[in-house]
Design a protein around this ligand. Structure first.
Ligand code: PA5
Length: 444
């Protein structure tokens, strides 16, 4: 199992004990469905309730896309893409893009920005590709995703013909509502439903994450098994001291109350960059409300020790750090010996590169703790589907418990609407006339 170490968190046993009743109450409220946002708890028992038949349906669709496409564009934003991207990038060869010999389709992501150059360059790139599209939007009305989908649908139909396009465009959306549902039904696309009671950022283990991950060639059964193992390990009745979701949630709330307003997740493997991005969204959108919430930040180490290291070591003491450590890499590589030894590094010759990385990790942790940065450490035995499933469920459940301890509804995101309202008013969307007038006066 993945493990959590809070011995360097600069939290006393008494402080942890004092949070026990709140953590247990939060876990019970989740399990009993009595918490704020209880209409969005569908993710809680998803791993243990997904049926083999459902997995087969997802795999069959993935196979069809794999057979008919060399490239798949996943259109989605926020919770509708970050989980899939996090898992795919963590498991793929770092140079997949350059080394792919066609055994798996390339997975590209769109619909997560409004960058004109990005979209133009994407459509240019796709001109020579046999591409398909997975269009993911729960609301079915998100502008970024809808824009990308318009472009991709048109191009796919033009390049591959309407009949083939119908076979290689898949929709993942609400069962009834939204433009994505209407289009899918009208065009006859294969579609999957995002359950009503699962919010975007908690949806990795629904088709939102599972289909792109399966298309990329990874084993979604193992991913779900890992998540189910974590569901069991953190179930009702598991004592507070042994339940790592409660422990993580309690520790971060204690640190927050002690003035640590920023949590930096630090990984030591470039492949984990998007795991950090997914985590940032999960915690940021769940907890940042009512003028409360830890600000979730991320660094890729050791890379960012040469950019953010100074700040972490000696900047304002308002941060704590959560290290994401992979115990055993997939490959072995030794530090090379050099006859001239001009860099003076021959004392490392013959050691595993990972051993050097681990010493960098430990040395950094000690330095940061000495510098007044409490450290939490999550260790993951290997970077594979099974442990990523554990990690995903661990973070999701801990997030629910943590948000409830903080005193917010972790499952809504009312603040996300503010920019949309202004953007639509500025763009003159019908129905926004009053807002347009008000905003024109502000910016005049
Ligand atoms: O977590 C969330 O609910 C959000 O990040 C959504 O996933 C995001 O806004 C995309 O929404 P939709 O799937 O409706 O396009």
């Amino acid at each position: 199992m993945i493990k959590l170490d809070i011995t360097q968190a600069q939290i006393s046993a008494q402080e942890m004990a004092a949070l026990e009743s709140q953590a247990v109450a939060a876990q019970e409220a989740l399990e009993n469905g009595t918490c704020a946002g209880n209409d969005f708890l569908g993710w809680l028992h998803l791993p243990s309730t997904i049926t083999a038949q459902f997995i087969t349906e997802v795999q069959d669709c993935a196979e069809r896309l794999r057979r008919n496409c060399d490239t798949i564009v996943v259109a989605g934003i926020g919770g509708s893409y970050l989980g899939a991207r996090a898992v795919i990038e963590a498991l793929n060869n770092s140079f997949q893009w350059l080394t792919n010999k066609g055994e798996n389709p390339d997975i590209l992501f769109a619909g997560n920005n409004i960058g004109e150059d990005y979209l133009y360059e994407l459509t240019q790139y796709l001109r020579d590709r046999k591409f398909g599209v997975i269009n993911i939007s729960k609301s079915g009305t998100t502008t970024e995703t809808a824009l990308a989908f318009r472009l991709l649908k048109k191009q796919c139909e033009e390049q591959r013909g309407k009949e083939v396009a119908r076979q290689v465009i898949v929709a993942i959306t609400d069962a009834r509502r939204g433009a994505a549902r209407t289009t899918a039904d009208k065009e006859g696309y294969t579609s999957f439903v995002i359950p009503d009671n699962v919010g975007g950022r908690f949806s990795v283990l629904t088709p939102v994450g599972l289909l792109p991950i399966a298309v990329a060639g990874f084993d979604i059964t193992k991913l779900i098994q890992g998540a189910a193992a974590m569901e069991e390990a953190t179930a009702t009745g598991v004592p507070y001291e042994q339940n790592i979701c409660m422990q993580y949630a309690a520790a971060r709330n204690i640190l927050y109350r002690n003035g640590k307003k920023i949590e930096i997740i630090a990984n030591y493997q470039p492949k984990l960059h998007y795991i950090s991005e997914w985590w940032k969204q999960l915690y940021g959108e769940s907890e940042g409300k009512e003028n409360k919430g830890i600000f979730p930040a991320a660094v890729d180490l050791t890379t960012d020790l040469h950019s953010m290291g100074q700040w972490i070591q000696e900047g304002e003491r308002s941060i704590f750090e959560t290290v994401l450590s992979i115990e055993e890499p997939e490959h072995k590589l030794l530090f090379p010996s050099d006859d001239e030894n001009l860099d003076g590094l021959n004392f490392l010759a013959g050691k595993r590169v990972d051993q050097v990385n681990k010493m960098a990790e430990l040395g950094t942790q000690l330095a940061h703790v000495d510098g007044g940065v409490p450290n939490l450490r999550i260790s993951v035995p290997r970077l594979n589907e099974y442990y990523l499933g554990q990690l995903i469920y661990f973070f999701e459940k801990a997030c629910g418990i943590s948000g409830l301890i903080l005193g917010v509804n972790p499952f809504n995101q009312p603040g996300v609407e503010a920019y949309k309202k202004n953007m639509f008013a500025l763009l003159g969307k019908p129905g926004y006339e009053k807002e347009t007038e008000a905003i024109q006066q502000r910016i005049r």
